[in-house]
Write a protein that binds this ligand. Structure first.
Ligand SMILES: [Zn+2]
Length: 536
């Protein structure tokens, strides 16, 4: 009998050794992470206060961006992280990023009657050199023919450069959480689709631009860059249909180093439309702007903020967690992407504070220059892992297990995008199973684009972005003047920190590194073959 039992035990042991190791989750650790973050010691709202109200906005290379970077370094050191530093990278030689900031803004319609204008000057545009009052003209320029039409007629004017948008009556709720049906649709998809994925982007023709070829379009864009300046326009105004009820959206000027870029103001749609209607009715309109901006073109280097928790048994192997640190300057960069940067910092704080032993090194990376085209993460990946142009991996490339990114606002994590890496599905499914009280853990084969995980994906490294509830990101906060602290949802922030901390811990402690896709083919310079994309 004893002998039989022994034989059975041996057979079972052998079977266990031969079977692939089952993905294991340390439920005690998950419990500790939850308790830490849901208790009184959570620091997410304190961190986001500092990144927004105190040091924001964080437009790449602006004085506020640099001050916020110094604050983040100090904070991570205080939490006991190792190797905390600002890692420098150079902004593109053909269009460097200067230090620019908005110093003051005052805008109003002064004739036929007074109206204070809700507006924010666009990044890297010049000021007005004192108050200027000038006549408003509606001159949409969308083709070389339009340019010809307006040539010589705009000197000394303030130009409304887009057609007044029609403002639909809002019948949809401003904010949205994914419904079970929407999540099921994502989970059951079979073929990877979605923005910014691996599919190529065709040349095509630009129907909206008078059916120009790509070549003609580039030439037109080139001319547009200096058109307003060449025509001696005082300032230009823009808006769009989403810019309603006091919320406005903006980006940046094309030539970032040109300190003489014509002043450009992104304006609330209702104010823009009032001015446009008066002009269309041939009522003379005078506008006054007094804008002060500041350029410093002497230092165009930028940085990523880096900090680590060293691994215990495999310190050379690395798990990375991050999000972009830079923002636009219209609000304070709360949901884009104070949220993702804060959660990455909080993940490191929790793991460090709990003093968890992790085999691999956990590295936090907060990127600069994401809004200008994933510049910080691309520079980092090129420096540390591989140049996508040559696709020759470094030794560090083999040692990176995975990268986790958050950059879709304040909404809680409902799952994760696989980026076509079906091999990680069963692994992530087990990890999510331990978090069922917090997230449905939807796993979709879908790709998602627009942010820094793409820099990893581009060189064959497992980089992931989570699925987040959309909230009021598209309608209200994304690149808007209302991207501020109050749009941050504390409970969602804590949920994100718990889920991401668990994923990072699991990646740092599972026996093997995460399975990865094959190395992609080299991508020639200038080619925007699928895996690239602009910042989000
Ligand atoms: Zn973003």
């Amino acid at each position: 009998m004893l002998r039989k039992t022994l034989v059975l035990a041996l057979v079972l042991l052998l079977a266990a050794l031969l079977l692939p190791a089952q993905e294991r989750v340390d439920l005690n650790v998950v419990h500790k992470i939850k308790t830490e973050e849901l208790g009184p010691d959570s620091k997410v709202m304190d961190t986001i206060y500092n990144l927004t109200d105190r040091y924001g906005p964080r437009l790449t290379n602006s004085p506020q961006f640099r001050a916020a970077g110094d604050w983040a370094v100090g904070q991570m050191k205080e939490w006991g992280l190792s190797n905390v530093h600002l890692e420098k990278w150079a902004t593109p030689k053909d269009n460097p990023i200067p230090s620019w900031q908005l110093v003051s803004y005052n805008g109003a319609m002064v004739e036929p009657t007074y109206m204070s204008i809700i507006g924010v000057p666009v990044a890297w545009t010049a000021g007005t050199n004192g108050p200027v009052t000038a006549e408003a003209v509606l001159a949409t320029v969308q083709s070389p023919a339009d340019m010809e039409k307006w040539h010589g007629k705009l000197a000394g004017k303030i130009v409304l450069t887009v057609a007044p948008p029609e403002l639909a009556f809002p019948t949809e709720p401003l904010a949205h959480r994914y419904t079970p049906e929407e999540l099921t649709e994502m989970a059951t998809e079979l073929i990877p689709t979605g923005a910014g994925g691996r599919g190529g982007r065709g040349g095509g023709r630009f129907a909206a631009m008078g059916n120009m070829s790509m070549e003609q379009f580039r030439e037109f864009q080139q001319k547009m860059r200096s058109f307003w300046k060449d025509e001696k326009v005082v300032a230009t105004l823009t808006t769009n249909a989403r810019a309603q009820s006091g919320t406005l959206f903006g980006g940046g000027a094309q030539n970032r180093m040109d300190t003489t870029n014509t002043p450009q103001i992104s304006v609330a749609a209702e104010h823009y439309n009032r001015i446009a209607r008066l002009v269309e009715h041939n009522v003379p309109v005078k506008l006054m702007f007094d804008i002060k901006t500041q350029f410093d073109t002497s230092n165009t280097d930028s940085f990523n903020v880096i900090g680590e928790i060293p691994g215990t048994t495999k310190p050379n192997e690395v798990v990375m967690v991050g999000g972009h640190f830079d923002s636009w300057h219209y609000g304070t960069g709360a949901t884009d992407n104070g949220a993702g940067a804060t959660v990455a910092m909080e993940v490191a704080r929790i793991l460090k504070h709990l003093n968890l032993k992790m085999d691999r090194t956990v590295r936090v990376a907060l990127w600069g220059g994401e809004e200008e085209g994933l510049l910080g993460s691309r520079a980092y990946v090129k420096e540390h892992f591989a140049d996508p142009e040559t696709m020759k991996p470094t030794a560090e490339h083999a040692n990176l297990s995975g990268y986790f990114n958050i950059d879709n606002g304040t909404g809680r994590l409902r799952g994760i995008y696989l980026q076509g890496n079906e091999m990680v599905r069963p692994i992530f499914a087990t990890w999510f199973a331990a978090l069922k009280d917090l997230t449905p853990g939807v796993i979709t084969i879908r790709n998602t684009g627009g942010t820094d995980h793409l820099s990893y994906d581009a060189v064959g490294l497992p980089g992931f972005q989570f699925i987040q509830d959309p909230m009021d990101y598209e309608t209200r906060t994304h690149h808007s003047n209302m991207d501020v602290y109050d749009r941050i949802q504390p409970a969602d922030m804590k949920q994100m920190a718990i889920v991401e901390a668990s994923f990072v811990y699991n990646t740092a402690t599972r026996p093997d590194k995460l399975p990865r896709l094959d190395l992609p083919a080299p991508q020639p310079a200038g080619g925007r073959g699928g895996r690239g994309g602009r910042g989000q």
